[in-house]
Design a protein around this ligand. Structure first.
Ligand code: DGI
Ligand code: FE
Ligand code: FE
Length: 196
């Protein structure tokens, strides 16, 4: 299938699953991920597919996320059990393969880790992680300094990752939400490894 047709087919399918607002976010992430791929020399096709599919299960209820994981033998951490919205990354990665035929591990991993990030992310993983936060429709990002992070994303991707994690952790702390260890470990990693 040609890339253009592939994207059009997926857009149509995803549109049916999402609210209008969520779908606009999805298109924003597709577009921003493609732009970052141009800047950093990643595959534009992979960036667009990851962007289009990253929140494909976001509109499933928490209960459905949990039943889906059980049915598909997806392991759940204690933190995820208490905060099932975190699971949309794992269920999304699974459905991207099962329902949308994505075989490419780069794309699947980018979707799987898009909410918390992880240490040593691949280029595509970082592109999706950052695009999710800076896409043009995002106005209520938990992260302050969105304008500065948008600029930074096109200058130093690792620094943008670090800043997003810093802001997310501040937001989670001030709002009293449970912090997944992986979010903290990822932040520590990018503090040490994102060259200043
Ligand atoms: O699905 P989106 O809303 O587009 O974005 P996302 O998948 O990055 O999810 C964003 C939310 O995830 C944001 O409100 C912060 C939250 N989050 C990230 N790390 C953690 C977390 N929430 C909790 N409770 N714990 C975390 O470690
Ligand atoms: Fe998400
Ligand atoms: Fe998203």
């Amino acid at each position: 299938m040609k890339e253009k047709e592939e994207i059009a087919r997926l857009r149509k399918a995803i549109k049916k699953l999402q609210s209008q607002k969520r779908y606009e976010h999805t298109l924003g992430v597709e577009f921003t991920a493609a732009s970052l791929a141009m800047r950093y020399g990643a595959s534009i096709r992979e960036a667009r597919l990851a962007g289009l599919l990253h929140d494909c299960t976001k509109c499933l209820s928490e209960e459905k996320q949990l039943t889906y994981c059980k049915k598909h033998a997806i392991s759940i951490t204690e933190t995820e059990r208490r905060n099932p919205f975190l699971l949309h990354a794992k269920t999304g990665a699974c459905i991207a393969t099962e329902k949308y035929g994505i075989q490419n591990n780069e794309i699947i991993n980018a979707i799987r880790h898009h909410t918390t990030g992880r240490p040593q992310m691949s280029l595509l993983e970082k592109i999706l992680f950052v695009a999710d936060y800076i896409e043009p429709n995002r106005t209520t990002a938990p992260v302050a300094d969105l304008k500065e992070i948008r600029r930074l994303a096109f200058v130093d991707l690792d620094q943008a990752v670090r800043r997003i994690l810093k802001g997310t952790l501040e937001y989670l702390r001030t709002s009293g939400k449970e912090i997944d260890t992986i979010t903290e470990v990822t932040y520590a990693y990018y503090c040490e490894n994102a060259a200043k």
